[in-house]
Design a protein around this ligand. Structure first.
Ligand code: 5GP
Ligand code: ZN
Length: 118
């Protein structure tokens, strides 16, 4: 899709630190890492957000979810990681090409995102 940053990264028109690529999926380090390990897994197919996925994307989404733990471990998340998919305005999505953040590394527990009512 024209003018999509992540489509341009996938095509190599914008440089990125790639960690994985196959026919369907591309993974690269986030330019502003929130933790020692912070990368994103994106489908090569331009899907705007998780809010727009359809039945036909089932295998692609499954493939991405199976890659998450494999790449997380390869990148050094030895004691867990967080997976985030921001969706739409309320979900805090900034780039409208579906992407799964994988955040971890280090030994500190990541700060909670949802306030604890207690
Ligand atoms: P969102 O807020 O949409 O869930 O996440 C977008 C992410 O993309 C942000 O964490 C941001 O740092 C990252 N990002 C934005 N532009 C670029 C870029 O040009 N290169 C890389 N590697 N990451 C980017
Ligand atoms: Zn795109």
């Amino acid at each position: 899709m024209e003018n999509c940053i992540f489509c341009k990264i996938i095509k190599g028109e914008i440089p990125s630190k790639k960690i994985y690529e196959d026919t369907d999926v591309f993974a690269f380090h986030d330019i502003h890492p929130a933790a020692p390990v912070h990368f994103m897994l994106v489908p090569k197919l331009h899907i705007t957000s998780l809010g727009e996925v359809e039945e036909k994307h089932r295998d692609l989404l499954g493939k991405i979810m199976l890659l998450v733990p494999r790449l997380a471990k390869e990148q050094g998340c030895t004691d867990g990681f967080r997976t985030v998919i921001n969706t739409g305005h309320v979900g805090g999505q900034d780039v409208y090409h579906l992407h799964t953040h994988v955040i971890g590394g280090g030994t500190e527990r990541l700060p909670g995102m949802i306030p604890n009512p207690n």
